[in-house]
Design a protein around this ligand. Structure first.
Ligand code: KG4
Ligand code: ZN
Length: 361
């Protein structure tokens, strides 16, 4: 069975084909991504209108390429899976309306996918076709109960999956997502967007102990909050350059020395990852999952992986990095399990996109 996945929730226009074998293994046949990230870099964050226009331009070529790279004709596609939400309205609209149109014209079942949930499904892809040779994949699919830390630019959640589509959200961010905090801190200290990779790069030569940033104390041990940390970074940076809290944040970077910049980056990164690691550790001790998956754009961080490996006894399953950041392979993978579970397909004449779709509601 072959599933075509379509993903347009943020700034990546993506399409992929996943084959699900009789044994239930998932093999990635193609994974095409056209990112508009460069178009947003000048603004220090994703500009929704630019993202939507870029999706419109790229969606058809990206889908056609995903099919041709997978060596699939339309008659070999068994279903279309599309990101229904959460995400940016204009971006989601392009993907959902395209998928609906294709489902009607090509007479294919249409599967609606929750983007955040799907991040975990990147970890269920354990094989790739020979032409996709540089993937580093889990040896085996995760098993239930599965504890998942989903960390991206839009989301930070800790979720316990008892089975497919049967999960409990243990904790979530009360304000900024962790990736968003990286993007905002990068902007304050004058590093390019996206902030995660740029902070990771200079943090390597910084002192992570230089600035003892605060960690939020919350009622639920599995919840996160990163906005206080971001403000603490701003106050520290202002103080370091001899200014008070009224000094405009967009002017701070120009006054920081390279040493201050990388020490702030390293201290911030350590505090943010410490928060994630402690919560995951606590949940793993309490729920004793059979598998632990860490997914989402932030899971691409080598620094986070090292900290988790140091502190968690259990082996962690990561999707390949190309399946950690936004992609359509994970959307198709989630679709494959929906077909296996015989979930009813969506109505292609009425499926709505849901910008605020959340897990567990
Ligand atoms: O999953 P993703 O591609 O998109 C969303 O669904 O949000 O995640 C993008 C986020 C960005 O905020 C980016 O700064 C962050 O992932 N990110 C990282 C790293 N690489 C990407 N954060 C920390 N360290 C990294 N190495
Ligand atoms: Zn994402």
């Amino acid at each position: 069975m072959n599933i075509l996945g379509i993903e347009t929730s943020c700034d990546e226009t993506a399409a992929a084909v996943v084959e699900s074998t009789k044994e239930g293994e998932l093999r990635l046949l193609s994974n095409v991504i056209a990112s508009s990230v460069d178009l947003h870099a000048a603004y220090g964050g994703v500009v929704p209108e630019i993202a939507a226009r870029s999706h419109l331009e790229h969606i058809n070529p990206v889908i056609n390429r995903a099919l041709s790279e997978a060596k699939q004709e339309w008659n070999q596609v068994d279903a279309i899976a599309v990101t229904q939400g959460p995400g940016l309205s204009g971006s989601l609209m392009v993907g959902v309306l395209t998928a609906r149109t294709l489902a009607i014209l090509r007479s294919k079942p249409l599967l609606a996918v929750n983007h955040v949930e799907a991040h975990v499904y990147g970890a269920f892809i354990t094989e790739v076709t020979r032409s996709l040779n540089d993937y580093s994949l889990p040896a085996q699919q995760p098993v239930f109960p599965l504890l998942a830390l989903i960390v991206s630019g839009g989301h930070s959640q800790l979720v316990l999956f008892r089975d497919h589509s049967n999960y409990q959200v243990l904790g979530r961010t009360l304000d900024d997502a962790v990736g968003e905090a990286f993007d905002k801190v990068a902007k304050i200290i004058g590093l390019p967007y996206p902030g995660g990779p740029s902070i990771e790069k200079i943090a390597k030569s910084g002192d992570p102990e230089k600035y003892p940033f605060p960690k939020a104390k919350l009622d639920n041990a599995y919840d996160f909050s990163f906005s206080g940390l971001k403000t603490a970074v701003l106050r520290t940076a202002q103080a370091e350059i001899g200014k008070d809290f009224t000094f405009p944040s967009h002017e701070v970077a120009a006054h920081l020395t390279a040493v201050q910049q990388r020490d702030i980056a390293a201290s911030f990164q350590k505090t943010a990852f410490d928060t994630l690691t402690s919560a995951l550790l606590k949940a793993a001790e309490r729920y004793r999952p059979k598998s632990v998956v860490v997914a989402g754009g932030v899971a691409a961080s080598q620094a986070l992986r090292e900290m988790l490996a140091d502190r968690l006894q259990q082996e962690i399953i990561y999707p390949d990095i190309k399946l950690c950041t936004d992609n359509a392979g994970m959307i198709a993978a989630n679709g494959a399990f929906q077909v296996q579970a015989e979930r009813r397909p969506a109505d292609p004449y009425s499926l709505e996109f849901l910008p605020s779709l959340s897990m567990g509601k």
